[in-house]
Design a protein around this ligand. Structure first.
Ligand code: ZN
Length: 210
């Protein structure tokens, strides 16, 4: 997870947040509620989120835009906080697994439960996580440095088996490249590119010793 600067609010939310929220809170049937609720999925909202997160999951930093369009994730779940369904500062881009029922789903732990979760737009992830590549085990793991970091790692499954296996391969390749970076400008350039905000698992590449 890396810090992400939030883009300006899409015009469609500027215009419609209040009427949509009012209609949602007023809806008396499940069907009526669903009809209004789905408006947050408007392409012009999603486009801004995809650009803002460089097509990566806000939580696990996996590049999702080349295989899927990603989910619009409500940081504070819309099931518990319906009044925040169209609140721009509550929207993130997430992969279907981090956002799914086996990971974050509708979870939103309070302070007494080790929360709140780390928000890449509002918090500084580097203060809450260590991104460790174990060169002997060849494993790239996210370690929580704070209670909130530990809770976030656990709930989001940031070390889940498939994710860590794929991430470790990407990180290992770049780690091997980093050995040559001091003497090879081409290797150095590739490494710098991987550290950019749009680089997959950039938090790990930035943590390499220099
Ligand atoms: Zn994810």
């Amino acid at each position: 997870m890396i810090k992400v600067a939030r883009s300006p609010k899409p015009a469609i939310l500027e215009r419609n947040k209040q009427p949509w929220t009012d209609a949602l809170l007023r809806a008396s049937t499940v069907a009526g509620k669903r009809k209004v609720e789905g408006k947050y999925k408007h392409p012009s909202i999603k486009d801004v989120l995809v650009a803002m997160f460089h097509g990566k999951c806000a939580y696990c930093e996996s590049k999702i835009s080349h295989i899927a369009y990603g989910h619009i994730e409500h940081f504070k779940p819309k099931s518990t906080f319906p009044e925040l369904t169209f609140e721009w500062t509550n929207l993130l881009l997430s992969c279907p697994i981090c956002n799914g029922p086996e990971c974050k789903g509708d979870c939103f732990p309070v302070v007494s439960e080790g929360g709140p979760l780390i928000n890449p737009c509002d918090d500084t992830p580097a203060e809450h996580f260590e991104f460790v590549f174990d060169t002997a085990a060849k494993l790239a793991s996210v370690i929580g440095k704070t209670i909130r970091g530990q809770t976030t790692e656990k709930i989001l499954g940031l070390n889940r088996v498939d994710l860590r296996e794929y991430r470790s391969k990407v990180v290992m390749t770049l780690y091997a490249l980093s050995v040559y970076a001091a003497t090879d400008p081409a290797a150095q350039a590739l490494l710098e590119e991987a550290c950019r905000d749009d680089g997959e698992y950039a938090a790990f590449i930035r943590s390499f010793p220099r």
